[in-house]
Design a protein around this ligand. Structure first.
Ligand code: UPG
Ligand code: MN
Length: 974
């Protein structure tokens, strides 16, 4: 698109908005869109003049076309420098990743143990079934069913752990291949593909802006070619608070990012970095680190104060503007078109610092067009994209904080986005936000790869993106739809009371899946291949790559999409789109108007097609530039110029999906209609035949926060478990509906979808000992057999865990926490999830999403774990509390009955009491959470009641056995 055209389109914004209305099809309301013009100097003054000019908060900065072309089209240079190039062939052929299998010394005993356990379980269960307890058949039946179920679920869990693997990356090989001079790239410019980073935030109260700001800073400072990186923040609250916090973050990044690059800082999240202890005398650091550290720290502290006082700042500013407005209106009522002398009511608006209305949500709710679920779409480029050439800073001369003469001071693109929301239309929660980002970014930067982060998950290792790229760009990498990293956490209490670390899932199960078809997508810390999100199958993409750079891309799109039958509609539509591009290449507007007609009034389909179109056009462009032999995936050798016209067109695309909203999530992008979009979205990709990869390393690539408050944790587990139930009921998840998914992978997905249903058996098992104590009927013939079995069972389980520790690092304590949490959640969140899922299935009721509150950054001197002791009531606590009470009472009743009974059945009593105590042990963290700060007393209670019951029992056995010597043998082996 020529410059003139862009200018013309800029002037014709009004016209474009009209075409948007047509574009949204049958929807009546005119879709409006705000592209905000801001001048950062007004609010943030401590920036030098020349810096302020390129400060970025200008209207959707237009990148210089000629520059961009230069950076992309290095074809001509190739010819000139051809003879002078040494041979790099060998160097670039090194593999980027390696795969290890777990050592046989661990694997063989591990498998042996599995077999032993299966045999033991088999023997025990057959014995149980063959020997009914005639005393109490109902107890026998119930406990049998429970045990059969648990055995089965253990088997389901164990099966996928047969092929264990570990992986490693070679970052230096990546550098050699993509960033060293070679024949195609004599200057050694980075040939790494572009990455768009998506961050989502939804509520500045539950998700403190300072936390989000730190995440953004860690992204802006990541070690990746600046011109290939773009960062998008989606704000589902449409809040000015987030907006201004982001603007100030972009500002602070000018200090923070060069500082990180200069000294090789890790981690590049200022809050986490400044918390560390520093050794400035270390030989490996630069001499000026101490000075720079002090100056940057002071800047950060001021930044922190500014961000934390933003709510107050905005409130005060809006207050004074509103008062002024009111005054004005009352002075000249005629101007307001009011004839009466009544006092005029002015709506309490939220004001931006330049004295204009904030188009998003206003603090005072209830305002039409300005509430959480009812506002226009907002898009703002906070930092423009940059050129491929490094820009070096200058030395300290009063203006500049630190000396950056040899430091590249460019910053990646940064965009604020808040999608349009209207009452009566489902916004599809996080999935909706992600898809809006997917479409917006397709038009603005179109990185072939996408990193997805929650607002509280920052990049902890600045090489993380490169690590991910190793998998994507390695041989065979084109079958990888995403690279998932484990979720690691800061700020978890040392005891990890509520099993937040998730070790069993993150360190064992996910790794085991990597030996099959790949780990689940867990919603954050995940790098996607864009094309996999566009519902392509890997086979198709391989074909794509095979032809890439050698034939006509258009031809290729047509050929590829027609050759596969299953992606029917979408394929033919893309096909048509490619044809359209052919017809009238120069008239983009006519084309976008044609699309809705051809495909009905479907906004979302049209939007998805637009995205496809862009991808196609990009390929074409590369093609036409003669970019022959360009490495696969370096699609962004061309940086899409960011011009006003294209971005204005994105307006239609980022708006909420209106009536056709199901189309997007059904076919393209993040899946709609489920509480947890993540597992389902990954499931679809695996089902299409993609594989995913687990990138788990000792240094944690990403870190985030987890709820350490019992109530928050219960609600988080409720959301996850409901997602699983939804997966179970989803049409896709029939064991027979699988298309290209490996069998064991399918088994694991099935297991995931089924675990909340075990809540029924867990509940029963927790009440059984109490019921038997109350009724005086014990559930098995002999507690001795039960205990022996439990012992053997536990031993094999923990031997397993020890072996698992060898390759996953999971400890016995972790294991015990996991076991406790299965019982705790199994009696609270899981049954609630099953109920919610059933209600949705039967009545079609939409389930609401509970956003997990993120802990705020503690101020100096604050208790880091204060949240741990906050007790908030939740209905989910009712069953566990009941179980704890019932079992405690049952123990007392049982003992009392035995003591006052002339013929007490001691063996039954011991069985019942120890079983009840065993149940109570599983609820220890739960009880601690309920007691809050008084939990120390609780520990004493547990120890003493344990000891006491043992003493009482031993005493009574002693008394009993000495008085009835004949019966002695009987009670030991009844
Ligand atoms: O309407 C919404 C709801 C949520 N979010 C964002 O989604 C992310 C995750 O939400 P959170 O409540 O923190 O979920 P968690 O339980 O902490 O997160 C885990 O579980 C979720 C559901 O499976 C995944 O989406 C997350 O990525 C994963 O970290 C946050 O960044 C939110 O801002 C939105 O953008 N819009
Ligand atoms: Mn979270």
């Amino acid at each position: 698109m020529s410059k003139d055209r862009a200018v013309e389109d800029n002037a014709n914004m009004g016209k474009l908005q009209i075409s948007n209305t047509i574009f949204t099809g049958g929807f009546n309301t005119v879709t409006r869109m705000h592209v905000i013009k801001l001048d950062i100097e007004q609010s943030y003054t401590d920036v030098s003049d020349d810096e302020a000019k390129d400060q970025g908060l200008s209207l959707l900065s237009v990148a210089d076309d000629s520059e961009t072309k230069d950076s992309a089209g290095f074809g001509s240079e190739v010819k000139n420098d051809f003879q002078h190039q040494p041979n790099f062939g060998e160097k670039t052929r090194r593999p980027l990743t390696r795969k290890f299998s777990v050592s046989p010394t661990i694997l063989i005993p591990y498998r042996l143990l599995s077999i032993i356990r299966i045999l033991l379980l088999g023997f025990y269960l057959t014995w149980r079934v063959r020997h009914p307890n005639h005393e109490s058949m109902w107890l026998w039946r119930i406990s049998n069913t429970c045990e059969l179920w648990f055995a089965l679920s253990w088997l389901l869990e164990q099966l996928p752990r047969l092929c264990l693997i570990n992986r490693a990356t070679d970052i230096s090989a990546l550098k050699d291949r993509f960033e060293s001079p070679n024949l195609q790239n004599p200057k050694g410019r980075s040939d790494l593909p572009g990455i768009d980073v998506f961050v989502t935030t939804a509520d500045p109260e539950k998700e403190p802006p300072l936390v989000t700001a730190n995440t953004i800073l860690s992204i802006l400072a990541v070690d990746y070619p600046v011109e290939k990186l773009a960062c998008y923040l989606s704000d589902d609250a449409g809040s000015l608070l987030t907006f201004e916090a982001l603007a100030d973050t972009a500002n602070f990044a000018r200090i923070w990012v060069p500082f990180c690059r200069k000294h090789g800082i890790e981690p590049r999240n200022p809050e986490a970095y400044f918390k560390q202890k520093h050794d400035f005398l270390n030989n490996e650091v630069r001499l000026d680190l101490a000075g720079d550290w002090r100056r940057v720290k002071r800047e950060y502290d001021e930044f922190k104060v500014r961000i934390n006082s933003l709510p107050e700042t905005i409130k005060r500013r809006s207050g004074s503007y509103n008062a002024k407005e009111e005054l004005k209106a009352n002075m000249n009522p005629s101007e307001m078109g009011e004839n009466s002398s009544d006092e005029i009511k002015i709506s309490k608006a939220t004001w931006m610092f330049d004295g204009s209305y904030w188009p998003g949500t206003w603090e005072v709710s209830g305002e039409d067009d300005h509430s959480r679920g009812d506002h226009v779409g907002i898009i703002q480029v906070m930092l423009p994209s940059s050129d491929a050439k490094p820009v070096y800073g200058s030395n300290t001369n009063g203006k500049h904080l630190i000396d950056t003469t040899d430091v590249d001071i460019r910053l990646p693109m940064l965009v604020y986005m808040s999608r349009e929301k209207r009452p009566g239309y489902d916004n599809n929660k996080k999935a909706g936000a992600m898809n809006a980002l997917l479409r917006t970014s397709a038009i603005m930067s179109n990185g072939p790869f996408i990193l997805n982060l929650d607002c509280d998950h920052y990049i902890n290792n600045s090489l993380a993106l490169r690590e991910g790229m190793c998998f994507m760009l390695d041989k065979g990498g084109d079958r990888v739809c995403y690279v998932q990293f484990p979720q690691r956490f800061d700020g978890i209490d040392p005891d990890d009371l509520y099993a937040n670390l998730n070790t069993l899932f993150l360190d064992v199960n996910m790794r085991a899946l990597d030996g099959l078809q790949g780990p689940y997508y867990i919603g954050t810390c995940c790098i996607f291949r864009r094309i996999a999100l566009y519902a392509f199958s890997p086979a198709r993409v391989t074909e794509h790559h095979g032809l890439f750079g050698t034939r006509k891309t258009k031809l290729l799109l047509r050929k590829v999409t027609v050759s596969k039958k299953e992606d029917d509609e979408m394929a033919s539509q893309i096909n048509q789109c490619a044809l359209d591009c052919d017809d009238d290449d120069d008239d983009a507007d006519t084309r976008s108007l044609l699309l809705p007609k051809r495909f009905g009034n479907s906004t979302s389909l049209a939007a998805s097609i637009k995205v496809m179109e862009f991808q196609g056009r990009l390929l074409q462009e590369l093609e036409s530039k003669g970019n022959q032999g360009c490495p696969t995936d370096s699609l962004t050798a061309t940086q899409e110029p960011l011009d006003v016209a294209t971005v204005a067109k994105a307006i239609t695309v980022i708006s909420c999906d209106y009536e056709d909203n199901t189309e997007w999530g059904k076919r393209v992008g993040w899946m709609y209609g489920y509480l947890t979009e993540d597992v389902l979205t990954g499931y679809q990709m695996h089902n299409r035949g993609w594989r995913s990869v687990y990138c788990i390393t000792k240094h944690h690539a990403f870190r985030g926060t987890a709820p350490i408050n019992l109530t928050d944790r219960l609600h988080q587990v409720l959301v996850w478990a409901t997602g699983s139930v939804e997966l179970f009921f989803s049409r896709n998840n029939s064991l027979f509906a699988t298309r290209r998914m490996k069998f064991l992978q399918k088994v694991d997905y099935f297991n995931t979808s089924v675990y909340p249903f075990s809540s029924f058996f867990i509940l029963v098992d927790c009440f059984l000992p109490a019921v038997s104590l109350f009724s005086g009927q014990f559930m098995v013939q002999s507690f001795v057999t039960l205990l022996t079995f439990n012992l053997v069972d536990s031993i094999t389980l923990y031997l397993h865990a020890i072996l698992e520790n060898k390759w996953s690092g999971i400890t016995i304590t972790n294991r015990w926490r996991e076991k406790q949490s299965v019982v705790m959640w199994g009696t609270s969140s899981y049954p609630a999830a099953v109920l919610q899922g059933l209600v949705k299935l039967i009545a079609g009721v939409n389930i609401s999403y509970t956003l997990t509150p993120k802990p705020a950054t503690p101020k100096d001197g604050d208790d880091e774990f204060a949240d741990l002791y906050v007790v908030k009531w939740s209905f989910l606590m009712i069953p566990p509390i009941t179980i704890m009470l019932v079992n405690t009472i049952a123990i007392a009743v049982g003992i009392a009955r035995a003591l006052y009974n002339p013929y007490p059945e001691w063996s039954k009593l011991i069985g019942g009491v120890s079983y009840s105590f065993w149940v109570l042990c599983h609820f220890h963290p739960f009880a601690k959470g309920l007691m809050g700060r008084r939990s120390r007393a609780l520990n004493l209670f547990y120890v003493w009641s344990g000891l006491l019951s043992i003493i009482v029992l031993l005493l009574s056995i002693y008394i009993k056995s000495s008085s009835e010597t004949q019966n002695h043998m009987k009670f030991l082996f009844p």
